[in-house]
Design a protein around this ligand. Structure first.
Ligand code: DQA
Length: 141
């Protein structure tokens, strides 16, 4: 069983209510239940969400001295703006997968700048509610 942390950034706590035509109708909690059911015998998943850039950075610092073996992160809007989160991700020694529910390259040009993705081994974009499940699968490989 791999011990994996899943970090979700700003506004992802509003999934279900937030632009459902783009992000789907499931809440983050429902996506969590859906994902955990699909990989219950393979990985131990810890879910954490914050709307604050500084809290995300502090969480990433904590990860330096933790037993997590992999990180899945959806930095949400911070993906396009945060050099500070990129720098914090670069400190980590565990594998990182960045996920986006939507295909950001089919969206507004300002979403095409992907700053934090430079720290990840893999980036997945556009898999909707299956994003986290496929990211877990990729981490296990
Ligand atoms: C997102 C894409 C980002 O551009 C956006 O700001 C989000 C969600 C996604 O999962 O598709 O908040 O990361």
């Amino acid at each position: 069983m791999k011990n994996i942390l899943i970090i979700n950034g700003p506004n992802l706590n509003m999934l279900g209510q937030r632009e459902p035509e783009k992000y789907g109708s499931l809440s983050l909690d429902e996506i969590k239940t859906y994902t955990e059911k699909k990989c219950k015998d393979e990985a131990l998943l810890t879910w954490w969400q914050s709307n604050s850039e500084s809290e995300i950075i502090e969480k990433l610092h904590e990860l330096c001295n933790s037993s997590y073996e992999g990180l899945i992160i959806n930095p949400a809007a911070f993906s396009h703006t945060s050099i500070a989160i990129l720098d914090a991700l670069k400190i980590l020694k565990i594998p990182i997968i960045e996920v986006h529910l939507t295909n950001v390259y089919r969206r507004e040009p300002f979403r095409h700048q992907m700053l934090t993705a430079q720290a990840s081994s893999i980036i997945m974009s556009g898999l909707g509610k299956d994003s986290y499940y496929f990211a877990v699968k990729a981490l296990l490989k």
